[in-house]
Design a protein around this ligand. Structure first.
Ligand SMILES: [Zn+2]
Ligand SMILES: [Zn+2]
Length: 337
């Protein structure tokens, strides 16, 4: 098959021929319909953090083309979304809802071969069926929607709760959709890119501020707003600490963006205001199933985020272009294109 593989830090990725994956006893092989280009892939290529030959890509959907010998309940031709998170489902970490930290199995497109390819092998327990009438491509939004949804769950917000989404990259935008599903609001989105701020309004933010013109703290002071939760999706230096400053008593600051920053925290303010600090990474299996159900029911306008669809041959260049995304929101790699 043809696949996009990591070469080295200078080259980035390139398309080459590799052996087709064959299903292990508990796996299926799916023909990839679509795989979203994720910022974490862009950064790991840019920073040279992949193993040579690694096939990235973990936000995908497709149709089953081969079924392992132990697999029951799945059939060739069936459309599926696939969680990339390998897990046993039984250990303490899995029971806690953190399959991505389970030591038993690798994560697809991160620690084993991924889905910027014509085919991908997936353990059957990571599959969720898509309704036959749904465009299969839509299943590729389930992974990033799950990241946003998990962050919203950890924020413990509901109807009438004002929430700040700091950063309007793809994860911030999926988080806005998840906040709307939770009934939270008003939702204030803060970001720099004009195109992505427009997308934030389009998918459900009530107020969108341009952080090049007004800081989050200035906005909060001027509008008299304090937030029940801040979802830090920007990785902008100082954003987490700034988010803490605009929380109401008892509020929650959720770090969602991947950042190496070491933040200094106002501990007295944290205790006197009763603030909650939490990190959100990936999602539980339950959240993934819920995300697929929301997409299948048409409750989230995920397709509005798609800026471009590219072929496998165009995927290495698209990963490069996303290093400076500008107004680009989401690019889907479509091997059949
Ligand atoms: Zn991702
Ligand atoms: Zn486990």
């Amino acid at each position: 098959m043809r696949a996009v593989r990591y070469i080295d830090k200078e080259t980035g990725t390139a398309v080459s021929d590799v052996p087709d994956p064959s299903p292990g006893p508990d796996d299926v092989v799916i023909a990839v319909e679509a795989c979203g280009l994720c910022g974490s892939d862009v950064h790991s290529v840019q920073n040279g953090q992949c193993a040579p030959g690694q096939i990235l890509g973990h936000e995908f959907s497709g149709r089953i083309v081969a079924v392992g010998s132990n697999v029951t309940g799945w059939a060739e031709g069936q459309p599926v979304a696939a969680s990339p998170l390998g897990s046993c489902g039984k250990c303490r970490i899995c029971v806690r809802g953190m399959p991505f930290r389970c030591p038993a199995a690798p994560n697809i497109g991160v620690t084993c071969q991924g889905a910027y390819a014509e085919y991908a092998a997936v353990p059957a327990r990571q599959l969720v069926a898509l309704p036959p009438e749904l465009p299969v491509e839509l299943g590729s939004h389930a992974e990033p929607l799950s990241v946003g949804t998990q962050a919203v769950k950890l924020a413990s917000v509901g109807p009438g709760d004002p929430v700040l989404v700091y950063g309007v990259g793809p994860i911030g935008l999926y988080a806005i959709m998840a906040l709307r599903l939770a009934g939270a609001g008003p939702i204030v989105a803060a970001g720099r890119s004009a195109g992505r701020r427009a997308a934030a309004a389009d998918v459900g933010a009530d107020v969108v501020i341009d952080t090049r013109e007004i800081s989050v703290e200035e906005y909060a002071a001027q509008s008299g707003t304090r937030f029940a939760a801040v979802l830090e999706c920007s990785a902008a230096p100082g954003a987490f600490t700034e988010g803490l400053a605009v929380l109401e008593p008892g509020g929650t600051c959720v770090e969602v963006a991947l950042t190496p920053e070491i933040a200094s925290l106002p501990l007295f303010g944290m205790l006197s205001e009763g603030l909650h600090l939490v990190g959100a990474c990936a999602f539980s299996d339950e959240t993934y199933r819920e995300s697929v159900a929301h997409i299948a029911a048409g409750r989230v306008p995920v397709e509005r985020l798609v800026s471009e669809r590219v072929s496998l041959d165009e995927t290495p260049d698209a990963l490069r272009r996303l290093q400076t995304p500008g107004s680009l929101v989401r690019i889907l790699s479509r091997p059949g294109q």
